[in-house]
Design a binder for this molecule. Structure first.
Ligand SMILES: [Zn+2]
Length: 236
């Protein structure tokens, strides 16, 4: 499995907004600015599948631009999401491009499917987990399996039971570390230390980091802590 850490930053950091590309074709989240980032890396046309974790702006605000380009180029795109978000996503696209709204939703090759169940894309098996992200309900992470390797993406999440359970079955945990001290919305550096110590064989890759949490993470000394910069890759 190849994971490109397209963005590792939270909204207030200077780094790219948190988003990931798996095996050069599957994206997780489409935050503000990511369409241009992907274009500059010659990866924009590669995106065939998009899994959405939740509908905060720093996870979906480039959807209108992605959709408009996929409509114009007549390329296929499958968006995997909670169907409860569709009405709001349609509103967002209508606000951005009122004249192209109908074409984007009814005359393009963009498909919207529920994130329930297991999604098989080549050798990848992808399933959602429900996570706790304050008032934003529902919010999801995704467990991605390829052969004998398992990677969990928490999305934005507190240290909740589904994150703790998936940490035990994963090789890599790519997780929220927005804060210095975790709360009911986001994980913090304290939660990362707990995960590292409780799961010595798990590789923990903090993401969605702020300037403060990133600086604290850089001072930690754990063999299983993996710090990645924007556009770096994990191969497993
Ligand atoms: Zn969020």
């Amino acid at each position: 499995m190849k994971i490109k850490m397209v963005g590792t930053g939270s909204m207030i950091s200077k780094r790219n907004p948190a988003s990931y590309m798996i095996n050069d074709k599957v994206m997780i989240d489409m935050p503000n600015g990511v369409v241009k980032i992907l274009k500059n890396a010659n990866l924009f046309d590669n995106v065939e599948y998009l899994f959405i974790t939740h509908i905060h702006g720093d996870h979906i605000f480039d959807l209108p631009f992605l959709f408009l380009e996929r409509y114009k180029s007549n390329r296929e795109l499958t968006v995997i999401l909670s169907r409860r978000w569709l009405r709001k996503i349609k509103k967002l696209v209508k606000l951005a491009f009122p004249r192209e709204f109908y074409n984007i939703f009814y005359r393009s090759k963009i498909k919207f499917i529920s994130n329930k169940g297991c999604h098989i894309i080549d050798d990848l098996h992808i399933e959602r987990i429900k996570v706790d992200h304050g008032a934003m309900k529902p919010s999801f992470g995704y467990i991605v399996k390829e052969k004998d390797k398992t990677v969990t993406f928490t999305g934005d999440s507190a240290l909740c039971s589904s994150v703790l359970e998936s940490a035990k079955i994963s090789d890599y945990l790519i997780c929220d570390c927005t804060l210095s001290k975790g709360n009911h919305k986001h994980m913090g550096v304290d939660n990362i230390k707990y995960l590292l110590e409780e799961n010595p064989t798990l590789k923990v890759v903090p993401s969605h980091t702020s300037i403060n949490s990133k600086n604290s993470l850089l001072e930690l000394k754990y063999d299983n802590l993996i710090i990645k910069e924007d556009m770096e890759e994990i191969i497993l």
